[in-house]
Ligand binder design. Structure first.
Ligand code: NA7
Length: 549
């Protein structure tokens, strides 16, 4: 790889060959940071980004109510002390516009845009065995080559529309939350439908209910939600946060999921019922994911422990929703608390006490079709001005499936992963040399306060590429033994967890995507510290499990 710095030579990209040391797909949080780090190594880098701006998830997900469930100050990049001191989060859980402003601020501060080609969706990536490089083709026909290809495509970036009959016949306005328009949408006085009650649906519903003339929520599966308890960051807290970043990030580093929350050392049934109640009440009253991640240590492994916590949340739902029949519909029956992603909410349950809100339980009255004027269920016809699809994503592998990625001997990545992902460390794939997957399947970053693990991924990949550059290595690929062992380890680590007994995007289930109907754990649940240790050990042992040629 060339050691000539693009910073020294800004015209390096302008050559006719469109040849780079590294191509990165995606200018979200991981792609931006990876670009910054590789430029420091003096490599020529081109980022292809489908959107017209930086930010990835925070660029696309502009739906009403979109915000962090992570504490803002635990979410930003930690690599630059100057950045940490310059940026001020206004709320403990920042809303999407602020996060997007932050990412634009980062792009400006580190002058990232000059190596990013916007409005450029990658259509295919093909490994050239003779040339030991990747050919990347864009949807507009443009193409480029690079020795290394890094995917920074995000785990939740392939939105899926519901497979409902005549979906496109609706003549009013309709949106998917993950491709929300850049212009504000006015709900005042409008008849609005929301399909879907995952983390996104919950945030959308509680916001739209404030102004809609009438809101109808179409719910197939309720989720256990818990209060976010957001608030502004006052000046004194701001000073305190800025003074304690090292401690905040140390806390995140030590925790299983990169959050400031850490599981309690006690089992749920080891304490008296009074103690349990008091602890759960405390967590329910605190901001953020404490109730999910800082709960009793056995909540994810012991059904009885999990039942005890679920019962507590069910009691809260019953207390907050005035109509008992509606409350019962909002209580999950097919899984326990925390075994699917817990939506954090602000007055979500109280929305159902409003006169202008109707909950339609699709288990009682399934949707038959979308019509030009609304949605028809088996029980009624509902007329709307606006339909919002909060129907989620083809998670983790979906964003890979949407690119035609072909490795050695023309093997398609989609075929290789037909029965579930196989990777080494969630970072490389056998038969796909020189391809590195940030936040890829079976990578701890998928099950993490993502930026914390993104930084680990990026820094590890940067070290690898420094080693490659310094040792004139041309080809990096995992051994199949290393890939088999890691894949086995991923499934073994997950086996005891209650997550794996439940349908969710964690398990690769998406009824709207053909073939995504078998439970396959897509994440890595061994924890961020263990993952980091393993990655460091692999590097310290001369990149054990990788063939470097
Ligand atoms: P999720 O969590 O996958 O939720 C999607 C929701 O849409 C969920 O309630 C689905 O019901 C519902 N859905 C999907 N298709 C249909 C159809 N055809 N009919 C009715 N309802 C449907 O996606 P989110 O965007 O909320 O959250 C994804 C992640 O983004 C989240 O975990 C955060 O980490 C950020 P189902 O449960 O399948 O019955």
């Amino acid at each position: 790889m060339s050691a000539k710095s693009q910073q020294d030579n800004p015209a390096a990209d302008a050559g006719p060959a469109k040849q780079f040391d590294v191509i990165i797909i995606g200018a979200g949080m991981s792609g931006m940071y990876q670009l910054h780090r590789l430029r420091e190594l003096g490599l020529s880098v081109r980022v292809f980004e489908a959107g017209d701006g930086v930010g990835g998830t925070w660029y696309w997900n502009r739906y009403p109510g979109a915000r962090f469930d992570s504490e803002s100050y635990s979410y930003g990049y930690s690599f630059s002390e100057e950045l940490l001191q310059e940026w001020e989060w206004s709320e403990h859980f920042s809303a999407q516009p602020e996060t997007l402003r932050y990412l634009n601020f980062v792009a400006d501060k580190f002058d990232l845009r000059r190596n990013i080609q916007f409005g450029s969706r990658v259509k295919s990536a093909t490994y050239d065995e003779a040339g030991i490089c990747w050919n990347v083709e864009l949807e507009d026909g443009d193409n480029a080559r690079a020795r290394f290809l890094i995917t920074a495509v995000g785990p939740l970036s392939a939105p899926t529309m519901p497979n409902i009959k005549a979906r496109d016949s609706f003549r009013g306005e309709s949106f998917h939350t993950g491709t929300w328009p850049h212009e504000p949408v006015d709900f005042t006085g409008k008849r609005v439908a929301v399909i879907g009650t995952g983390a996104t649906g919950v945030q959308t519903i509680q916001e739209v209910a404030k102004t809609a003339g009438h809101l109808t929520v179409f719910q197939r599966s309720p989720n256990y939600c818990a209060p976010l308890h957001n608030s502004p960051i006052e000046a004194a807290s701001q000073r305190e946060i800025k003074a304690s970043y090292p401690q905040i990030f140390a806390k995140c580093r030590a925790s299983h999921g990169g959050f400031i929350h850490k599981a309690d050392h006690r089992g749920a049934l080891e304490v008296s019922p009074e103690e349990r109640e008091a602890f759960l009440e405390k967590l329910y009253g605190e901001p953020g994911f404490g109730i999910w991640i800082g709960n009793f240590r056995d909540m994810f492994t012991d059904q009885k422990a999990n039942d005890a916590v679920s019962e507590f949340i069910i009691k809260k739902i019953r207390a907050r929703v005035k109509n008992p029949k509606v409350a019962e519909k909002l209580i999950p029956r097919d899984h326990g608390f925390g075994t699917r992603r817990v939506p954090l909410e602000t007055n979500y349950y109280e929305v159902y006490n409003q006169d202008n809100v109707l909950l339609v339980d699709l288990n009682e009255a399934p949707i038959q079709r979308i019509t030009p004027t609304g949605i028809e269920t088996s029980a009624a016809v509902h007329e709307f001005d606006i339909i919002i699809h909060a129907t989620g994503f083809d998670a983790v592998t979906g964003s890979f499936d949407r690119i035609d990625i072909r490795g050695e001997a023309g093997q398609k990545l989609k075929d290789k992963w037909a029965d579930g992902p196989r990777t080494y460390l969630g970072l490389q794939i056998g038969g796909f040399p020189n391809l590195l997957t940030l936040v890829g399947p079976h990578n701890a970053a998928t099950f993490c306060n993502i930026p914390r693990c993104i930084e680990q991924n990026v820094e590890w990949v940067t070290d690898l590429l420094r080693h490659v550059r310094d040792n004139d290595i041309k080809r990096v690929a995992p051994t199949l033994e290393a890939e088999d062992a890691w894949t086995e380890h991923v499934y073994q680590t997950a086996a005891a967890l209650l997550f794996t007994k439940v349908d969710s995007w964690f398990m690769g289930i998406n009824p709207n995507v053909p073939g995504k109907d078998k439970r396959t754990f897509l994440l890595y649940a061994g924890g961020a510290p263990a993952y980091r240790e393993k990655c460091d050990e692999v590097a310290a042992n001369g990149y054990e499990g990788f063939l470097l040629q």
